[in-house]
Write a protein that binds this ligand. Structure first.
Ligand SMILES: [Zn+2]
Length: 73
């Protein structure tokens, strides 16, 4: 008897979201290289490594003082 049931398809955990995804025909050749369940997860993987945001030092633009001299006429 020969026949591959869907239940017998291999699964892998996604490297990004961790959810298992099932073998697909389009991955037949690259199944060993597939690490993400979708292109979205693959792109998310890229977002993880983003450069740190440059911190801008707080420039003191001259502290204004409101001096009120109580002058009563
Ligand atoms: Zn995923």
């Amino acid at each position: 008897m020969r026949g591959v049931r869907k239940e017998n398809l291999p699964e892998k955990p996604c490297a990004v979201c961790g959810r298992p995804f099932v073998w697909r025909r389009k991955w037949a050749r690259v199944w060993d290289e597939v690490k993400y369940c979708s292109d979205r997860c693959r792109s998310r993987r890229g977002e993880a490594a983003r450069p740190p945001a440059g911190q801008v030092p707080g420039a003191d633009g001259g502290a204004r003082r409101a001096t009120r001299s109580g002058s009563s006429a």
